[in-house]
Design a protein around this ligand. Structure first.
Ligand code: SAM
Length: 169
């Protein structure tokens, strides 16, 4: 009985704890995963970063398309599930941690399914983190004030030009 209580508490902490810094876990539906990859339109070998990768569903679809994939996930249970599911793809990586605090790897595309209250902060972080051109694909939620390049099945595509790198003389 006690272990059931401990297990229940651990589950509540893992899933509810994420709400303090991010969106709750809700998986992207299969047609939207397909739309997201079509909109991102990345070539084999290019890198897709997923911020909040849940159980790894999108990472797997992208890895099957021969993309390099990196997913951040804060919930340790979901991070473990995603890690187990993607481990047979050598070009897929799951990072357990808070993507707001991380230094992101260089990516050609970013996929998110977050929450409206995080979209403006995400926009700012992408501008800060990226020196290269990058495509942002967001399921369900728009970036306030930013021009949508394309929309498909409730998935939105945005592009960021990247900021110039300052080289010290
Ligand atoms: C709406 S779910 C989407 C899951 C997955 N991307 C999908 O589309 O199926 C959002 C996910 O982001 C994770 N998350 C939220 N905030 C996070 C953060 N700051 N760092 C890492 N993961 C986060 C949640 O735990 C959750 O799994």
């Amino acid at each position: 009985m006690t272990w059931l209580l401990v297990l229940g508490l651990a589950l509540i902490i893992c899933f509810a704890g994420v709400l303090l810094v991010g969106a709750p876990y809700v998986p992207t539906l299969t047609p939207q995963v397909k739309a997201a990859l079509e909109l991102a339109d990345l070539r084999p070998g290019q890198t897709l970063l997923e911020l909040g990768c849940g159980d790894g569903k999108v990472l797997i679809a992208a890895a099957r398309a021969d993309l390099q994939v990196v997913g951040y996930e804060l919930n340790p249970i979901l991070a473990l599930i995603a890690w187990v599911r993607v481990r047979k793809y050598p070009h897929a990586r799951v990072v357990w941690g808070d993507f707001w605090r991380a230094k992101w790897p260089s990516a050609d595309g970013i996929f998110v399914f977050l929450h409206p209250r995080f979209m403006a902060r995400l926009d700012k972080k992408i501008v800060q983190e990226n020196t290269n051109f990058v495509k942002l694909v967001s399921f369900a939620f728009v970036v306030p004030g930013k021009k949508i390049v394309q929309e498909k099945n409730g998935v939105y595509l945005y592009t960021y030009k990247g900021r110039p790198v300052t080289i010290k003389a």
